[in-house]
Design a protein around this ligand. Sequence first.
Ligand SMILES: [Zn+2]
Length: 87
Amino acid sequence: MLKNTNVSLRMCMACRERKQKEQLIRVVKQKEGLIFIDKTGKADGRGAYVCNNLECLELLRKKRGLERSFKCKIDGLIYDDLEKELG
Ligand SMILES: [Zn+2]
């Protein structure tokens, strides 16, 4: 049974499906242009989400989804970091 019926959903940058935060990985861009994977989900800055699976990560990499979401050039290493995060 669902305890909380009012869960806020976030959209995956790759497949554009809306999912609960727990099923997504949050990437944050801070004002200084620093971009990193936010494991706590509480970091300041603009957040973007991608599903916690390799398919969406690959799609994101292909579509350059982070560049689009954050409207800036992204170090490709972030995608490698995400891949590591997925194990
Ligand atoms: Zn997805």
